[in-house]
Design a protein around this ligand. Structure first.
Ligand code: PGA
Length: 252
């Protein structure tokens, strides 16, 4: 059984007080949803404040990115050891905003995945097609290319530590959510890729979140899909009630 996992990606939003308030409000209710793994991803600069706000609760937290080198002259970057030092359990890697705005490549994402796993951080690895790619009918090819590039060189055991987030780029922050059928089709495809590259055990074990305009009013249908194991939520994760409304859609 794959444990459902709902994650809130706060992106570059909130100030310190707002981050503490939001984390505290979600943490206060987290114990009501013991069947769901819950985590928030604050801006790196506020991780420590969030750590203190969620201490002693089941709400997990992590970073939105990390660098693959262990230390040195990499101005502006953060290492896996620094995230571990702050008590992070997770790191989001290869988010479409990093791929398409900040120019991150599959090869870089792959280096980060290896660094995260070596540090015992759970990587949430994002894949997803652009609108033009969907319209051209190349979604499957794009997903395969991103999977093979971003997750190259992982053992079957390592692969099972990874969480994949399928986030169609055209659905992120646009209010255009993929239909449950569109999401399920790609999630199923991802499981097939894992069965081909590894084996059926790996394919069945790895959790695949859907991301892209998920909110409390549309979450139930998407989360009900057989191969959707949770959600990576952006905008709707910035309000505790809305985020918890999504969590409440996960069936027990
Ligand atoms: P959104 O973002 O929920 O605001 O569409 C999702 C994401 O980017 O992870």
């Amino acid at each position: 059984m794959r444990r459902p996992f709902i994650a809130g990606n706060w992106k570059m939003n909130l100030d310190r007080a707002g981050a503490v308030e939001l984390a505290s409000a979600i943490a206060a209710k987290a114990a009501d949803y013991g069947h769901v793994e819950l985590a928030v991803f604050p801006p790196t600069i506020y991780i420590e404040a969030v750590r203190d706000a969620v201490a002693g609760t089941p709400l997990g937290y992590g970073a939105q990115n990390v660098y693959f080198e262990p230390k040195g002259a990499f101005t502006g970057e953060t290492s896996t050891a620094m995230l571990i030092d702050l008590g992070c359990d997770y790191v989001i890697l290869g988010h479409s905003e990093r791929r398409h705005i900040l120019g991150e490549t599959d090869a870089e994402v792959n280096q980060k995945v290896h660094a995260a796993l070596a540090a015992k951080l759970v990587p949430i690895v994002c894949v997803g097609e652009l609108l033009a790619e969907r319209e051209a009918g190349t979604t499957g090819d794009v997903i395969r290319r991103q999977f093979d590039g971003s997750l190259a060189g992982l053992s079957a055991e390592q692969m099972q530590q990874v969480v994949i987030a399928y986030e169609p780029v055209w659905a992120i922050g646009t209010g255009k959510v993929a239909t449950p059928e569109q999401a399920e089709e790609v999630h199923k495809d991802l499981r097939k890729i894992m069965a081909d590259r590894y084996n059926i055990t790996v394919a069945e074990a790895v959790r695949i979140q859907y991301g892209g305009s998920v909110k409390a009013s549309n979450a139930a249908e998407i989360l009900a899909q057989e191969n959707v194991d949770g959600a990576l939520v952006g905008g709707a994760s910035l309000q505790a009630d809305e985020f918890l409304g999504i969590v409440a859609c996960v069936s027990r």
